[in-house]
Design a binder for this molecule. Structure first.
Ligand code: ZN
Length: 73
């Protein structure tokens, strides 16, 4: 029986527009990824770098609380 590898969610902040967003990573520590990985901001589409010891999977998603859709701006 195999099971999917554990994953982790990290919140990162865009260095340009300071939009918080979530990235999914592999849960397995991997020293090869202990350097910058680039992310495309979900908001301003700029590319910024983060340093995580885990490989990022897929695209970042917007940082939403449980009250998503309740943006009162
Ligand atoms: Zn941004």
């Amino acid at each position: 029986m195999d099971h999917p590898p554990p994953e982790s969610i990290y919140s990162v902040t865009c260095t340009y527009c300071h939009q918080k967003q979530l990235v999914r990573t592999e849960g397995k520590f991997n020293i090869r990824f202990m350097h910058t990985q680039s992310i495309h901001c979900v908001k301003c589409d700029a590319e910024f770098n983060v340093i995580l010891p885990y490989q990022i999977i897929g695209k970042p998603s917007p940082y939403l609380s449980a009250t998503a859709g309740n943006d009162s701006r």
